[in-house]
Ligand binder design. Structure first.
Ligand code: UT7
Length: 317
């Protein structure tokens, strides 16, 4: 037994920051960001926290499938940018919702939503749950160095959520981790211990863009090829590929290498930037609400990022 994904929700903060506005902060241009990354604008928190965003996305997901709060058996959340390490993001969402079920976080950076699905699948396999809420929520603007043009132009804030229910529609998945901190690194606050003599780092995201780019294209292509071969699928069998929205060129390259029609890859990076663990559930919610996915459609979700971790799954709608 696995699960069906029965409801989706998203939320982004109201404030929009355009590329032109960023060009007043750092040495960049609308032309560079739109051509090299594909982002035109991103939403940025002014007062809300990651937990606020996650809570609002969760409410929208619950409403989307008329799921009652008291029916939830588990809340799991993924984040790299939540304001607190403890309470976890999931615990804060649980409190804001007024839910009583157990709740905890996982951290798999931009691949977090895929790891949430797989974690939930274990509970379903053991028949421990009926309804599960999963949430990816990020206030990436909190962990960006706003003087660093290499990173501050790429990311955005937002949250996406999904409700799972008993079923058989989580068909296959693949997970790959190559541990290391030399390509993407998000240090925590270094602390103030008078005894610590090790290196300290600023708590902002650092990334080797070109190495991440190559890793991302390979990860998408390898994962999709594996899932397609293992399940005897052709491109026409797949309604949409929902890839982590990190760079439009990553998705274009991957589509070309896989010989997939560009249209098969859903794209919304132009409006949100890279929202890390929230990017896939936000895209899923947009497709769902626009009525672009129908019962029985096959979707591939594919993500990559810090860890390094990449993960993909085959899902029937
Ligand atoms: O979600 C986590 C996963 N993250 C990703 O998947 C990100 C993957 N990487 C990328 O998306 C791209 O590598 C970046 C968008 C980060 C960078 O694009 P790039 O085409 O790889 O640029 P680059 O790092 O090779 O830099 C090219 C030039 C450099 O100038 P020089 O050395 O050629 O003079 C950079 O300094 O572009 C410069 N540059 C910028 N120029 C204007 C870097 N950032 C900017 C900027 N505006 N914001």
């Amino acid at each position: 037994m696995s699960f069906n994904l029965i409801g989706t929700g998203m939320y982004v903060p109201e404030k929009i920051v355009t590329n032109r506005e960023l060009s007043l902060l750092v040495d960049t241009s609308d032309e560079w960001i739109s051509q090299r990354v594909g982002v035109l604008e991103r939403h940025v928190c002014t007062t809300e926290t990651a937990a606020d965003l996650g809570y609002k996305a969760a409410i929208n997901a619950l409403k989307n499938c008329n799921c009652k709060l008291e029916d939830l058996n588990l809340i799991i959340a993924a984040t790299v940018s939540c304001e607190t390490v403890s309470p976890s993001l999931a615990c804060m969402i649980q409190k804001k919702l007024g839910a009583t079920c157990t709740a905890y976080d996982i951290n798999a950076a931009c691949s977090g939503f895929l790891f949430l699905l797989e974690t939930a699948a274990g509970y379903y396999a053991r028949k421990k749950v009926n309804k599960v809420l999963i949430v990816g929520a990020e206030r990436m603007s909190r962990i960006l160095d706003w003087d660093d043009r290499d990173t501050c132009c790429i990311f955005g804030d937002g949250a996406g959520a999904a409700i799972l229910s008993t079923g058989e529609n989580y068909l296959d998945s693949t997970f790959t981790v190559k541990g290391g901190d030399d390509i993407i690194n998000i240090p925590q606050f270094s602390g103030k211990s008078p005894f610590y003599e090790g290196e300290t780092q600023e708590p902002y995201i650092q990334m080797n863009g070109q190495e991440t780019f190559k890793f991302a294209v390979n990860a998408i292509c390898d994962d999709i090829t594996l899932l397609m071969e293992r399940n005897n699928l052709k491109e026409n069998d797949i309604t949409y590929v929902i890839a982590h929205q990190a760079n439009k060129r990553i998705i274009d390259y991957a589509a070309r290498r896989l010989k997939f029609d560009d249209e098969k890859f859903y794209m919304n990076i132009e409006r949100y930037g890279n929202t890390s663990s929230a990017s896939i559930p936000i895209a899923l919610d947009e497709l769902n609400r626009q009525g672009k996915i129908k019962k029985g459609d096959l979707l591939i979700l594919t993500a990559f990022g810090g860890g390094l971790a990449n993960a993909s799954c085959l899902l029937k709608w």
